[in-house]
Design a protein around this ligand. Structure first.
Ligand code: PLP
Length: 377
């Protein structure tokens, strides 16, 4: 099997699997219980908070566990606008966000906020000046992702956030770092962010757990009310096995980040070369994330190609996994004409991807080109 869909999800690492089994076996108590078993479970939650906070250069009390990045993004948009958007009624985001940011942003617009979706400029990426220029003294929140999940574009948030903070210190800056965390080296401070969304299953951890890092001192309006867990910010019994597994994953991945990044760069370069040789057009910028390569293949419909490759046990994605065959608005926003985005596949790699895997992919695409009927234009 050749798995090239790591931006959709990753294979859990040994540490993740052992971590969840350990927690279920040895610490099945409720972390809110006052007895020994509860305290043991609470310790595992604390362990993970510390590991994730350390990876971001933050404090453990700044971590709020959620069911994934979708919930973390919802919490950030609704929760931060709920506190900071009472008088300042404008939100700035981008036209290339994951739906878990874009949909809450649209909902907030329906609720009366002015929401600006900044589009990519002539160079194909979101412009730093455009992002900064969209913000004014009426803006309570900016939400811009770090790495785009469909193309691997790296958005210029470091520069933009620093400039926005200087101009408008009260504006809250959120970033979805799902496709960057444990893949590219960064710290909360280096990004200049106030809130960061993370997901475990994109970094070889378990599905169903994520986190929102919220800078110390900031307030957020909780979106889940109930027993008051996590300092009242996210009620619900903590998913201890998933949370501990997340922490163990981050502990393991932190140690290997530089080697994994170097490997991804090598594979990306090779993949670009091999795909170009067979006539595929690469949509991802060279300076983007090396873990994601979006390519359009000579008029072949993405889904047809995907299933053709699947028969050879090569797994890629058509655009974004979340869009499930729906036309990707994000690829359009990045300036891809419909005919190109209709024939786009996303290849997303991990440390296990080899050059031989890329050779197999290239020859699979090559035989697809020779075998399959092309899209009628
Ligand atoms: N944000 C980005 C950039 C993503 O790629 C994804 C997953 O596809 C999400 C958010 C949602 O993450 P989760 O699956 O943890 O809800």
């Amino acid at each position: 099997m050749i798995y090239l869909d790591n931006a959709a999800t990753t294979k859990p690492c040994a540490e993740a699997i052992a971590g969840s089994a350990y927690a279920m076996t040895h610490a099945f108590g409720n972390p809110s219980s006052l007895h020994k078993l509860g305290i043991r479970a609470e310790e595992l939650v604390e362990f993970s908070k510390e590991k994730i906070a350390a990876a971001l250069g933050g404090l453990s009390r700044e971590i709020i566990f959620t069911s994934g990045a979708t919930e973390a993004n919802n919490l950030a948009l609704f929760g931060l606008s709920g506190v900071y958007g009472r008088r300042r009624r404008k939100i700035v985001t981008t036209a290339v966000e994951h739906p878990s940011v874009a949909e809450p942003a649209k909902k907030l617009r329906e609720q009366g906020f002015e929401v600006v979706f900044v589009s990519p400029g002539a160079d194909g990426n979101i412009g730093e000046d455009d992002l900064v220029g969209a913000v004014d003294e009426n803006t309570c929140l900016v939400s811009a992702m770090y790495v785009n999940n469909e193309t691997g574009h790296i958005l210029p948030i470091e520069g933009a956030f620093a400039r926005i903070k200087k101009l408008y210190p009260e504006c809250i800056l959120h970033t979805d770092c799902v496709q960057a965390f444990m893949k590219l080296p960064f710290k909360a401070k280096s990004l200049g962010a106030d809130a960061i969304s993370l997901s475990a299953h994109k970094i070889h951890g378990p599905k169903g757990v994520g986190a929102l890092w919220l800078k110390n001192g900031l307030r957020i309006s909780p979106q889940l009310l109930g027993g008051g867990q996590q300092n009242g910010l996210r009620s619900g019994t903590e998913a201890v096995p998933l949370i501990y597994s997340f922490g163990k994953t981050v502990e393991a991945m932190s140690k290997t980040l530089p080697e994994r990044l170097a490997h991804a760069e090598d594979i990306a370069e090779y993949c670009r070369k091999r795909l170009s040789e067979i006539g595929a057009a690469i949509n991802s910028p060279e300076e983007g994330s090396p873990y994601i390569i979006s390519a359009s293949v000579g008029g072949l419909k993405s889904e047809t190609l995907l299933h053709f490759l699947e028969q050879q046990e090569i797994y890629v994605s058509s655009g974004s996994a979340c869009s499930r065959g729906k036309k990707s608005g994000v690829l359009k926003a990045f300036g891809l004409p419909d005919a190109v985005s209709d024939s786009t596949v996303r290849i997303s790699t991990s440390v296990s991807t080899t050059r031989e895997d890329i050779d197999a992919l290239a020859s699979g695409i090559d035989s697809a080109l020779k075998t399959l009927v092309k899209i009628k234009r």
